[in-house]
Design a protein around this ligand. Sequence first.
Ligand code: BDP
Length: 696
Amino acid sequence: QSGYHLWLDYKPLRDELSVSYKTQLAALLFPTTDGTDSIAKQELLDAFNGLFGQVPEQVDAIRQQGTLVVGTPSSLPAMAQETVFSHVAQMGPEGYGIYTATIQGKPATAILANTSKGVLYGAYAFIRLLQRGADIAKVDITSRPKVNLRLLNHWDNLDRTVERGYAGFSLWDWHRLPGYRDPRYTDYARANASIGINGTVLNNVNANALVLTPAYLEKAAALADVFRPYGIKVYLSARFSAPMELGGLPNADPLDPNVKQWWKEKVAEIYRYIPDFGGFLVKANSEGQPGPQNHGRSHADGANLLADALKPHGGVVMWRAFVYEDTEPEDRAKQAYNEFVPLDGLFHDNVIVQVKNGPIDFQPREPFHPLFGAMPKSQLMMEFQITQEYLGFATHLVYLGTLFSETLRADTYCNGPNSSVARVIDGSLTGQPVTAIAGVANTGTAINWTGHPFAQANWYAFGRLAWDPDADAGDIADDWLRCTFGNDGPLVHALLPMMMQSREAAVNYMTPLGLHHLMGWDHHYGPGPWISGKPRADWTSVYYHKASKDGIGFDRTASGSDALSQYFPEVRALFENPQECPEEYLLWFHHLPWDFQMRSGETLWEALCRRYYDGVATVGRMQATWEGQKGRVNEAVFNEVRDLLAIQYQEAVRWRDACVLYFQQFSGMPIPDGLGHPEHPLEYYEKMEFHFVPGI
Ligand code: BDP
């Protein structure tokens, strides 16, 4: 009832399906070799039992009918010469295959891989087929991840608060670790393994150096022990100044031999606790965090310092490109590119530069980050935000599969057409050997893990897209719905379109037409287009929308900040001309008069108002769609989503009314006929106060 089981809730299938699965899966031939494939076996047994109420007979030879064979060439040596095993050559160390095959002259179903980790992923994929009620009489699937490192980034603090976390406190009970291993750690690992996530950065990028002390390394090691059989490695966010804070050194200069030695010893110590430690994530010289620039050195010097210490142990450094100067920039969107492109080619081969999807900061919509494709001699990875910092927290239903996919599919043109962001990060364009993708986690101690029941879909979609960045966001949502709510066709038919429209709805009621960074000060919840006069101009809203009597929008063309010149010529051409620029990005790249003619024939002002009203109307339709599911989903989840949608509706109205009234001061134009009129004056919205907002 609570949603705790996520998409792994094995509810009974329809009778006809159960009957055929019982025959097709009557026996299981699955010799286990380690903790990982033992987990896979137990998961299959639990799934069969839950989905169709049968525990297969465990056999050591294939029977005439209905045997499922699971393993690797080495766990199944007697069969390894069978034709079906030839597929394993395409699977790599983590891939799997599921086949209907003839083995030893008898019909069988097989889940094959090269490693027990591949077997585990194959088992989860097979269970997914069953949850969807797929016909398993003719299966032929070979799948391997396109990206090697598929990680969650936890912005979890050692006091268990979670920066930008809206689902309770941190899952890591540092105080009772390492002695007490909460069973929830196992459930967390299981959920991640089921969607192919193979790494987790335990602590916040705004890092506390204490995590690198023996007391905390022992705790992290306990978590690593729990996660290991699920194929998940542990990583830590490292504070760049740790040699000063922990080691008592006078500086943290990356070229100082004592600093190098300190990191070398620290890393060796970490590997004594965690022999398969994944490496470090680093936020340096950004938003007040220490970094190499404090010592007159570059990001490359800083990253290489840590990379060299990790290298003998096989670890990597994920060095974040989310940086902006201390001095106020003319356009913050340009900062990361300006700082990192000159360093292309200088990073050592176990450094990967972690780039947010867009150039500002996880806004409801941003164009892809210009760094993708612009550093061909360096390894680059993607950072998405699963937690909904700028998308209504865990209160708004916003399916992010479409947002992730929109960025991954964007064409950078770095190598001519078909140079999508996905192809930059999966290494197929540059041949970079280390490939990675990270998602800032939305999990916490909430009983359903993510706060909003539908926010589970965002964790799920992240994992599935990390495995295959070209996968379809709609197919993923379809899988999630069927696995979460049961394989109920009419329910999926109603809820899939609702999920697919939800992100566009949020864009429309928050920041339509390419607007961005209009949210409430500091906590980032609710509208704040009036925010101005803060310590930095680029922390205000007025800096980004630039609304005045003459128009609205940020001119990033050659007549403005020229951020557009950071993109390849074809991309530039796409956005350069306001008459042709896709409307979703119009005010991201252009400052235009209020009476600018849109392609629809409306003025910009009318189009802006219409989008705000459309966004709210879509949420209204989402509420109606959800009402229609009464009785189809369990009551507790039904009620929770219904109530959250009601809050979302109110919030969408607040966003719309606050923004429309605020911008109207400048446009001086009436809200178009038929749309309605805000209930309160602008001051009402400006004066609304929120106390103790989560996640700060
Ligand atoms: C911003 C968040 C801030 C993070 C920062 C980051 O508001 O809490 O520390 O990004 O990614 O989105 O480092």
